[in-house]
Design a protein around this ligand. Structure first.
Ligand code: DGJ
Length: 695
């Protein structure tokens, strides 16, 4: 029984961990435990009073969900404004509801018609829990929600925790920042309308941890809009984390009879970062990703953006498609430039009609050619945007977020459509539905290339709701299109990885993690991406980018891209026969190892930033096969001798492999305990080692 309830104490068990909280006699929800399993019967509630007039028990209690009000002065999870002006919440425990895998604990405000329910879900066989909160207005008058977190966490140790998050940018999404919180607060947030390229909607808090050991506590918010993760350490040395919708410029009018459900949070604790990632990879594949493609291998795709830019036409795409097919590509995706008056980024967005100058016979001719070459066809769109130079904007200048008194700020010459308007939603659905109905399209790359500004929305009684409603409208559009066109995969892109959160992965099948396709930078970016997101959702292109780093060989670029969902993006029409042969060979190899890479257990054996070389191992769930990728950024003078101790194998099973020209047969124990001697040397060093069971 994974959920135990006794005397208002609630204990949730995962495969190896436990999470417990209770409700005391004053109806305060009190956090009790997050960590290894204990006897559920041992938990009890300790009640104590104020320490003195400046240190109140409400400030000190590790509450499971802290509401604003009374003598509680630290960060809260919930703040509302009732119609009569009262701004405090006072909860009274009501009851609980327990099913096989779900627990709901209900509270009611003592004086106002607001019901708050803390919800939890267990996923069998894994160490990841889900939690969220619902707020119900059981009266008639509207209640204004001013801050509503999805979750509050209390970390067990009173020693300081170190937090991993990102301090990234466009093209540098995966750049991590690591900070120890000894006092005060740390905040990771977005105010841009999307989760963004900078900070990430998760926390990873740890003590003495590395890939294989140490205490790691983590939680990821499933939301693609403005988020806030704030961690604080108080005078009693307790570390708490709040996460959810950003309360900056946010409020939500909860009308009588309405229920608001917060975005979900997925959380867990593990020994080491490696187990965290493996748990999350399995969990996201099983419980987050849309079912249609979650367990299917993602195709090798070709994308036209870096080869032809906006200059796409029937002719040049057909030539590229022929080369892509020759390389073994399974899905050909035409990027930006196929619609409206789109010859650069100054015009056309919003006019989702085929450009007849570029495609005199429509898209059908190209798609049929692509299909005849044995590939599926995919297409790029950026539905949330409009150029002022477009028929759509000329017809509906009021369809963007704007203030009549303020100058509209264009970024990349585009403005953000007001997706909270039903007529905008209807137009986009009609256009995209028609595109997918009229053409044999199997893949949509949904882009979004600028943050919001001038966020006026006259159509809304409470315009502060627009941040939230916009994100919900995107999810809703994608969901409705998916329902009508179940054969279509959706990729989430926002100038690279600006919308790569787990909220996106509830609706999209995969993510474009960065516009930075430099293989050397990707060694870092891909590691951060896969900390909490599955390998199979990470699109990785082999391109011609020389980049700010040293140019790398084609083999090297393949090595790095094959560690994710392999894709090609170079100008194949310029490739020599020798280059095409390298493409073909690697695409063939990738198709063989794809089940391991996309569905296997990932072990980070060496880190490109800390260890000078990258070593990543993938093991199939039955531990019968494995593949090891090695790559180093060094110059031709670079030399390093290392012993590679593998991971994740069956100790007693015998495995065969070819390593540096030696055919070896070794036990799993030997490969993991003694390891393989590797001589990593020279520029562009890269190697792929396949390991098979010998039995
Ligand atoms: C930004 C994306 O990240 C690129 O891959 C490409 O699709 C361009 N937009 C097209 O405008």
């Amino acid at each position: 029984m994974p959920i135990f309830v006794k005397d208002r104490i609630f204990v949730l068990e995962t495969e190896h961990t436990q999470y417990a909280f209770g409700v005391d006699e004053n109806s305060y929800s009190r956090h009790l435990h997050w960590g290894a399993k204990c006897d559920p019967a041992d938990f009890f509630m300790q009640t104590f009073g104020d320490e003195n007039s400046n240190h109140t028990m409400l400030d000190e209690y590790r509450q499971e969900y802290t509401v604003f009000g009374s003598t509680m002065y630290r960060a809260c999870a919930l703040k509302v404004r009732f119609p009569d002006g009262c701004r405090e919440v006072e909860l009274q425990y009501l009851d609980y509801e327990k099913a096989e895998d779900t627990l709901k604990v209900r509270f009611q405000d003592r004086s106002y018609p607001l019901r708050v329910t803390l919800c939890y879900k267990i996923t069998a066989g894994l160490d990841i829990l889900t939690r969220w909160v619902t707020l119900e207005n059981t009266g008639d008058a509207p209640i204004l929600l001013e801050k509503v977190c999805s979750a509050e966490f209390s970390l067990p140790s009173q020693k300081p925790y170190t937090f991993r998050n990102t301090n990234g940018a466009w093209g540098g999404e995966g750049v991590e920042c690591v900070q120890t919180l000894t006092g005060g607060a740390l905040v990771f947030e977005s105010r841009r309308g999307i989760s963004g390229h900078n900070q990430s909607p998760y926390f990873i808090a740890y003590q003495n941890a590395d890939e294989f050991s140490g205490d790691v506590f983590f939680a990821a918010l499933a939301y693609s809009g403005n988020f806030k993760v704030s961690a604080s350490r108080d005078l009693y040395s307790f570390t708490r984390v709040h996460m959810g919708l950003n309360d900056f410029d946010f409020s939500y009018t909860l009308k009588g009879g309405e229920t608001f459900e917060t975005p979900k949070v997925f959380f867990g604790c593990t020994e080491g970062f490696g187990d965290m990632s493996r748990q999350m990879h399995k969990f996201v594949r099983r419980a987050v990703l849309p079912k249609a493609f979650a367990e299917k291998p993602l195709p090798v795709l070709y994308n036209s953006w870096e080869a032809t830019g906006f200059d796409v036409n029937s002719e040049n795409q057909m030539r590229l498609a022929e080369k892509a097919a020759a390389a073994g590509v399974e899905l050909f995706v035409m990027d930006d430039g196929w619609f409206g008056a789109r010859s650069d980024d100054r015009a056309g967005l919003g006019d989702w009609f085929v450009n007849r100058e570029k495609f005199p016979n429509g898209l059908r001719e190209l798609i049929e050619h692509v299909n005849a070459l044995g590939m599926d066809f995919g297409i790029w769109v950026e539905p949330e945007m409009v150029n002022a130079d477009s028929d759509l904007f000329r017809a509906h200048p009021d369809w963007t977020y704007h203030y009549n008194t303020r100058t509209p700020h264009e970024l990349r010459n585009q403005r953000v459509l007001n997706l909270t308007r039903p007529d905008v939603q209807a137009y986009l659905f009609e256009r995209l539905d028609a595109l997918l109905t009229e053409n044999n399209i199997r893949y949509v790359k949904w882009d979004m290339n600028r943050p919001f500004s001038e966020t006026g929305a006259e159509n809304l009684e409470n315009p502060q709701m627009l941040w939230y409603l916009h994100t919900m409208a995107v999810y809703d559009l994608v969901d409705r299109l998916r329902a009508r066109h179940p054969q279509v995969q959706f990729e989430s892109c926002a100038s690279g990885g600006g919308r790569s959160d787990l909220g996106a992965l509830l609706h999209f099948d995969e993510v474009w993690p960065s516009d930075n396709t430099d293989a050397i930078d990707r060694m870092t970016l891909q590691k951060t991406y896969t900390l909490l997101r599955p390998v199979k959702t990470m699109r990785a292109w082999v391109t011609d980018v020389g980049g700010p780093n040293k140019p790398t060989s084609l083999e090297f670029r393949f090595n790095i891209a094959m560690q994710g969902a392999l894709s090609l993006g170079g100008n194949l029409t310029k490739y020599s026969d020798a280059d095409m042969a390298i493409c073909k060979k690697n695409v063939e190899l990738y198709k063989e190892i794809r089940p391991l890479v996309q569905f296997g257990d990932l072990y980070r054996l060496a880190d490109a930033d800390e260890d000078e070389f990258l070593c990543t191992q993938y093991v199939d769930p039955e531990k019968k096969q494995s593949v090891v990728f090695l790559a180093a950024r060094g110059t031709r003078f670079y030399k390093k001798r290392v012993t590679l101790r593998l991971a994740g194998l069956e100790p007693t099973r015998r495995y065969r492999l070819d390593f540096d020209g030696n055919a070896l047969e070794k036990s799993g124990a030997y490969l993991m305990e003694v390891g393989l001697p590797a001589h990593i040397r020279g520029a562009d060093y890269n190697k792929i080692v396949r390991i098979f069971t010998a039995e």
